[in-house]
Design a protein around this ligand. Structure first.
Ligand code: ZN
Length: 308
């Protein structure tokens, strides 16, 4: 019973978050997306170094990660449109320049991670890169019909990104001395991508994973086990979870920072922890096992509903 209630509640939250209204903010000259969680997500966050040349430059509830290479900057994700001035200010606070962003990589094409990308591309001239399916959604500025959260009666759009390069599974994106690998992890969206690279400190190089969401949330009526309008994607989703679990992973970052306890780790470091709390070789496995539990709960609910 409780899980039904929790599920129903989560659905309401999801649906509310998915009905964003876009309004023109004339003072900041950016489109503002309004949703039930948007103000909370978009709280300012002081930027910080995670490890080596990898920095957190996002807002408090939506990650944006910066990698400083020998030939310019790589930015992962762009938050909401109204996150743009905060992300850009964070980049400058760390001593970098927005015009030096060469590449912007996207985890998945939802308004809360891709909403700021068009503006960040405009301000920096960077090349935007996403999975082939993610690139399509970015160009359209809205979810594809195969997206679990697609709702034909609601627009959950974001500013269109005119120029996007699509990458395949396993493709490496290189800039200067950094190589970032795209791992397709479909489930939360069809184009979901987890990105991984190495960062070094004093010749100690660690594997960093920027994991996409593995949350099985959807619009009303969608079934991960398949329905009249869409195929069964449950085993594909399971493979994505297994894949993240098995990646070389010394440091886990995630599209919402609380999915990987980023601020608890930051606090431990600020309290003078002798070892870098972001280093956690179990991080990806723990993240994947939570996702696995959620997926199994969701799949059993779908079976209960259809009386299987
Ligand atoms: Zn999402």
């Amino acid at each position: 019973m409780r899980s039904w209630l929790v599920n129903a509640f989560a659905c309401v939250i999801t649906v509310m978050a998915l009905h964003p209204a876009v309004a023109k903010d004339t003072t900041a000259r950016v489109n503002t997306i309004r949703c039930s969680s948007c103000n909370d997500w978009n709280r300012p966050q002081v930027p910080f170094r995670v490890y080596g040349n990898t920095y957190y430059v996002g807002v408090h509830g939506l990650s944006a990660v910066l990698i400083a290479t020998s030939k310019g900057l790589i930015l992962l994700d762009g938050g909401l449109p109204q996150s743009i001035p905060l992300i850009e200010a964070n980049i400058r606070k760390l001593g970098f320049q927005v015009k030096d962003i060469r590449l912007i990589l996207n985890s998945h094409a939802h308004f809360d991670h891709a909403g700021g990308i068009a503006g960040l591309q405009r301000d920096s001239g960077a090349v935007v890169i996403a999975s082939t399916l993610g690139a399509q959604a970015l160009r359209n500025g809205q979810l594809g019909q195969e997206d679990p959260q697609y709702n034909p009666s609601e627009k959950s759009g974001f500013p269109k990104v005119p120029q996007v390069r699509g990458v395949q599974d396993g493709e490496k994106v290189n800039l200067g001395d950094v190589s970032v690998t795209a791992y397709l992890t479909p489930g939360h969206t069809p184009g979901s991508t987890t990105w991984a690279w190495q960062s070094c400190e004093k010749k100690r190089c660690l594997s960093i994973v920027y994991a996409d969401s593995l949350n099985p949330v959807s619009a009303e009526g969608f079934r991960f086990t398949g329905g009249s309008r869409h195929p069964d994607i449950s085993s594909q989703f399971q493979q994505s979870i297994d894949r993240v679990s098995n990646l070389p992973c010394d440091i886990l970052l995630s599209v919402h920072p609380d999915f990987s306890d980023v601020f608890e780790k930051l606090e431990r470091r600020q309290k003078g922890s002798a070892v870098n709390p972001f280093i956690d070789p179990q991080g990806c496995r723990t993240y994947a096992s939570t996702a696995n539990r959620r997926l199994q709960e969701r799949l059993s609910l779908e079976q209960v509903k259809t009386g299987k």
